[in-house]
Ligand binder design. Structure first.
Ligand code: 4FV
Length: 238
């Protein structure tokens, strides 16, 4: 997969992309991540990429010109035009379901903004898909792009080593993951549940399913409802 990131701060990506799974995935050519600086496509001597909002109001808006030129320049770098994604709080929430879908794409072009936001023609004119990492306002889309890259790349076959597994991640079966324990058996008088020490994998799987159902019901009732809707009727008898 090729991932292009269009940003005013490409240097912000140096560290997150040069460690652990993301570093290894690039070394294994599982993913190629290419950073472009939108300001390199500014046309005036002040290298302007933002301007005042029409209709007044506080803050500045990212201009269409430099952004279109940056996207089209990036698109011209490879055969695949790529799926253009706009990181914005106005976007559809990023979910594991969307992450899995994006991880099958040959190419993504991520647009990370700054200031108050984007001229609307960037979304409409580039048929960009607005995605949000959460209902809060960041100072820039860069962290959103990093979150998306991390979540997507680890789902590409070969990206995770044997000691990592995405198989029973939270949300992989529509529920929160069950509680996990490791050595020691007793830590500050807190004991590992007996069932996990029993070796009875049938009972252990049953316990884990019950735990996933219970904590999803308690902590994320909206996900629990969605799970029940999507489930064959027997799900709630389990
Ligand atoms: C954001 C989010 C986000 C909005 C104005 C950048 C900021 C500034 N991006 N999910 N939440 N973006 O807050 O993706 O331009």
């Amino acid at each position: 997969m090729r991932i292009d990131v269009l940003t005013l701060f490409p240097e912000m990506f140096d560290s997150p992309l040069s460690h652990s799974i993301l570093k290894r995935a690039q070394e294994r050519n599982i993913v190629e991540i290419v950073l472009s600086n939108i300001r390199d496509f500014a046309t005036d001597s002040y290298r302007k990429v933002d301007d005042k909002p029409y209709g007044g109001g506080a803050g500045m808006v990212m201009m269409p010109g430099p952004m279109f030129d940056c996207v089209e320049h990036a698109q011209a770098q490879a055969d695949e035009p790529g799926r253009v994604i706009l990181l914005t709080p106005q976007g559809k929430p990023l979910t594991q379901e969307k992450v899995v879908e994006l991880s099958t794409e040959p190419r993504l072009i991520l647009i990370a903004g700054r200031y108050e936001g984007f001229d609307e023609r960037i979304r409409t004119g580039l048929s960009a898909e607005p995605i949000s990492i959460g209902d809060y306002v960041l100072s820039g889309g860069e962290l959103g792009a990093m979150v998306l890259i991390d979540a997507v790349v680890r789902m590409i076959p070969g990206a995770l080593g044997d000691d990592d597994s995405a198989a029973d991640d939270s949300f992989s079966n529509g529920l929160l993951e069950y509680p996990q324990y490791t050595r020691p058996e007793v830590f500050r008088d807190m004991k590992v549940p007996e069932i996990l020490l029993s070796g009875d994998h049938g009972k252990i799987d049953q316990w884990r399913k019950e735990q996933s159902l219970e904590r999803t019901k308690q902590w994320r009732p909206e996900i629990y409802e969605k799970y029940l809707q999507s489930a064959p009727t027997d799900k709630n008898e389990q």
